[in-house]
Design a protein around this ligand. Structure first.
Ligand code: URA
Length: 187
């Protein structure tokens, strides 16, 4: 059994936190497991829970359009969330739920070994960039996380709520495109 298969099997059985009780499907992650780019969101919403895939609802459709703007698609990158089971009523995952579930994501990150990590939204950036990350001031800026270059974009759901943030996000996407040219060899 490959490391990926065994990780997936373990996740399927996971009931380490209360979110497991409410899940229809585990939302493990999707995309190219050998990608140089990893996108990290927060947690599954309703559609993700029903379909077992991250970012397939309205926010996901917007994410797809954002990727398209810089000639990426979800098959070329890997997309996962901090928590793999849907929090009830789409609330933010509690810190203790994040602490428990992030172990699985860290394992995925170790297997992928991405050159670039893109945090989708504040919760992800607070986990992977710094605890006091301020999305309004620090989106689009590059940081280092271990051996990866890392930046945060506004969460696509925030862009649906506030389309006024989209021009800034377009600039951030262009910065991402530049970084890809600089550090990636097979995107
Ligand atoms: N929001 C997220 O953070 N992740 C998803 O998979 C869907 C919506």
């Amino acid at each position: 059994m490959s490391s990926w298969d065994s990780l997936y099997e373990q996740c399927l059985k996971c009931n380490k936190c209360a979110l497991a009780e409410g899940r229809t499907n585990l939302v493990f992650g999707v995309g190219n497991r050998a990608s140089e780019i990893l996108f990290i969101g927060e947690g599954p919403g309703e559609q993700e829970d029903l379909q077992g895939e991250p970012f397939v609802g309205r926010a996901g459709k917007l994410l797809d359009s954002m990727l398209e703007m810089i000639n990426l698609d979800r098959a070329k990158v890997y997309i996962a969330n901090i928590v793999k089971c849907r929090p009830p009523h789409n609330r933010d995952p509690y810190p203790e739920e994040q602490d428990t579930c992030i172990e699985w994501l860290n394992e995925q990150r170790r297997l992928i070994n991405p050159k670039i990590i893109v945090c989708l939204g504040r919760i992800s950036a607070m986990r992977f960039i710094k605890p006091d990350f301020k999305i309004t001031r620090e989106h689009g800026l590059w940081f280092k996380n271990e051996n990866a270059d890392i930046m945060a974009l506004y969460h696509p759901a925030a862009l649906l709520r506030d389309p006024g943030k989209r021009p800034e996000t377009f600039e951030d996407l262009k910065r991402l495109q530049e970084k890809i040219k600089e550090v990636c060899t097979n995107i």
